[in-house]
Design a protein around this ligand. Structure first.
Ligand code: ADP
Ligand code: MG
Length: 692
């Protein structure tokens, strides 16, 4: 950075420390976070108090310092033909005072507030009118994020803008574009260099939008190219396993044992799986289906396809409870089919484990259900043909890779998630997977009635719970334990539990409790009592969030509901409404709600559509928080916005797949620039382990 005019060693060091700006490239990518219409220049009389930062022109007068010590401040006036406005500084007074030239025309930039009837602007950015008029920036004026420390060194937004300006004026007018022409011909985008210029000093909102689109596409495209290569690599060596036949077990089950008619969506997804597994390609498919959409049945029938072709299958779930439930469902489905199935979790004893592993290796065991215990090295299959992962968002890419390594050639992979992710987000996170959606619930399901109640209504709510219990139903009461370690949350839960025990006394009412501080076996025991209907109420934290199936539970009470994210609320609500009974979800909150909290509660009350809810969640929180990927640096785009850039993402994915298919080595001349850029990019990505 010291090679740039205006940057000495001190500023360079501060830029690196405060904003991680170490190179010209970093500075160019420090994009403005918003723009101000520079064409509007107000007089002091026109300027009105408000949240927007505006520019005011006037003559500087009456510079005075007032007060002493901590109360010391500097004031001045900007005078125009129609009035004046006070300028105030509380910091850096000596330095500012020296730089002010009384009687000169200035442009002050900042936010106008009103203070005892007088308009004023605190810590304005000041520039003489002469310098302002020379400035090449027209139209939209960039506003950069900066820090206190940098501002005190003159690198406030305006200062940064000057650095960028200096850098940009040194750029060559024409540069190499790494994005192949064919990809963006006709899009109306500027070249890469022009796009950079427009991002910082846009000539118009339209040109800014075009520049933004280009740079966003570049970011997205590189990621989609990584995905496209990953996808290709799965079957590159040996091809995919071929399930050529729809065999006897599948047909026997379909024709004689299916407990219900499959929904259209279930049939469609099974056809997609059938097509993949028969094609000679390696299947990597993500099935998204809202809670209760019947993913388990699809998983089971897909496993039958593997079995019918002489392969084994496995199903991995994120928790012990879920694995047990899957094992129970699959065992029931498999009962009449002469399928051997076993459960393997962390709590399976060594003595029981041994025969399982032996039969697995010899091929006598057909299906293995379990937790991440399946990933351990001693778990060796004879010929694993299909691996299914339920509730993907709890597992990482690494686990998928481990499953893939359990057979050579790699088994087909099916990932199932009940967290509906907006399509764009799914493509950006799981771009190497093909997407299937089960967008239809089994018929006859009654919509869950969702209501919002506050503490004032608690007596009534408790009365309602008692009525439901009297009718033979069971109830969940969930507390937020966002961080299982947080003492306050834990105390809330225990206080709540105690008062529930008082209000629902034994022996009339039996209560289960499950939370993250309990030992796994205690949790399983308490959960088991509730599943078997031995307890009426389940007081729990979000450990019950995923997948648990107790059809007799008809009421879900969520305490402090405003503290949960939307997707989590939707997941929790999905625990009820699994039987034929009318089910209810009661969202308890305090009286005061933040704006976001209000939107979340209203959305839950209004909608039961997981995809709609996920969309609102994405708008409210942004992708990093929704997917819990913020820490990992994934989806950390500088320009692209996954909520808005859906078209770009679809387009980038299509183009990336086409290029990898037609020119995998990127050897054609028009891909030369791309080859260089991508090699560099992929190498950086490897460093944080995205390429599994
Ligand atoms: P999820 O997609 O949340 O995993 P499940 O697979 O647990 O959903 O299915 C929820 C319930 O719906 C189960 O009790 C299951 O037996 C039932 N179910 C699944 N498919 C159908 C169908 N086509 N018709 C009727 N009931 C179904
Ligand atoms: Mg499920």
């Amino acid at each position: 950075m010291t090679y740039l005019k205006g940057v000495g060693p001190q500023r360079a060091q501060a830029l690196a420390a405060e904003l991680s700006i170490r190179s010209f490239g970093d500075l160019l990518e420090h994009y403005p976070f918003r723009y101000i219409d520079r064409s509007m220049l107000y007089t002091p009389g026109q300027a009105l108090p408000g949240p927007a930062e505006i520019q005011i022109q006037g003559q500087l007068s009456q510079v005075q310092s007032q007060g002493v010590g901590a109360k010391k401040r500097l004031t001045a006036q900007l005078v125009g033909p129609d009035g004046h406005i006070d300028l105030v500084w509380f910091k850096g007074i000596r330095w500012v005072e020296k730089s002010l030239q009384v009687g000169v025309q200035y442009v002050a930039f900042g936010r106008v507030t009103e203070f005892s009837g007088r308009k004023n602007m605190a810590h304005p950015e000041l520039e003489t009118l002469a310098s302002f008029q020379q400035s090449p920036a027209q139209g939209l004026y960039p506003v950069y994020s900066t820090t206190e420390k940098l501002s005190s060194m003159g690198l406030h937004s305006r200062g940064l803008s000057k650095l960028v300006q200096a850098l940009i004026s040194d750029l060559p007018s024409q540069g190499q574009d790494w994005l192949p022409d064919a990809l963006w011909r006709g899009a109306g985008w500027p070249t890469h260099l022009d796009a950079l210029r427009e991002m910082h000093f846009p000539k118009s909102p339209e040109r800014l939008a075009a520049a933004r689109a280009r740079l966003a596409f570049e970011e997205i495209f590189l990621d989609q190219l990584v995905f496209a290569y990953k996808r290709r690599s799965y079957s590159a060596h040996r091809g995919g396993l071929v399930f050529s036949a729809v065999g006897s077990r599948f047909l026997a089950f379909y024709e004689e044992h299916l407990p219900f008619e499959l929904t259209g969506a279930q049939k469609r997804v099974l056809k997609e799986i059938r097509k993949d597994t028969a094609s000679g390609m390696h299947m990597n498919r993500l099935i998204q289906g809202d809670v209760g959409s019947g993913k388990t049945m699809v998983a089971f029938m897909a496993l039958l396809m593997a079995l019918d072709n002489g392969y084994q299958g496995c199903l991995m779930a994120p928790t012990e409870i879920l694995a047990q439930q899957h094992f129970a469902s699959l065992s029931e489905f498999a009962a009449a089919l002469n399928v051997r199935i076993a459960l393997l979790t962390g709590s399976v004893k060594a003595s029981e484990r041994k025969p399982i592993l032996k039969d697995l290796a010899s091929g006598e065991l057909h299906l293995l259900v379990g937790t991440h215990a399946l990933l351990e090295d001693p778990v060796q299959f004879k010929n694993l043909g299909l691996a299914i992962i339920d509730e993907q968002h709890r597992f990482g890419v690494a686990q998928r890779a481990k499953l893939r390594a359990k057979n050579d050639p790699a088994p087909h992979i099916l990932v199932m998630t009940a967290t509906p992710i907006p399509r764009t987000l799914a493509m950006s996170l799981y771009g190497d997977l093909d997407l299937s959606v089960i967008d239809e619930l089994p018929p006859g399901r009654q919509a869950i009635q969702t209501v919002h109640r506050t503490d004032h209504n608690r007596l009534k709510v408790w009365g309602f719970l008692k009525e439901e219990i009297a009718r033979g139903r069971q109830v969940y009461i969930v507390y937020p334990l966002i961080e299982e370690s947080q003492k306050m949350d834990y105390k809330d839960l225990m206080d709540g539990y105690e008062s529930i025990c008082r209000d629902f006394p034994r022996p009339q009412y039996e209560i289960s409790i499950v939370h993250g501080r309990m030992k796994a076996e205690d949790k399983a025991w308490e959960m088991g009592r509730f599943v078997r209907g031995e307890t009426h109420l389940m007081v729990a934290t979000t450990v019950i969030e995923v997948g648990v199936n107790v059809p007799n539970a008809s009421v879900m009470v969520i305490e402090n509901a405003e503290r949960f994210g939307l997707s989590q609320l939707h997941q929790l609500r999905g625990r009820v409404g699994r039987g034929a009974e009318q089910s209810y979800c009661i969202l308890m909150t305090g009286d005061k709600l933040s704006d976001d909290g209000k939107v979340r509660i209203e959305t839950m009350v209004r909608s039961s559509d997981g995809f709609e809810i996920a969309d609102v969640d994405l708008q409210l929180r942004g992708p990093g928080d929704v997917m819990g990927t913020r820490q990992s640096g994934m989806l950390d785009y500088k320009v692209a916005n996954l909520g808005q850039d859906q078209k770009l993402i679809e387009w980038a994915r299509e183009k990336a797949r086409a290029i990898v298919e037609s020119d995998p080595g990127l050897h054609s001349p028009e891909h030369a620039g791309l080859r260089l850029r991508f090699t560099d990019y992929a190498r950086n990505k490897m460093a944080w382990g995205v390429i599994a």
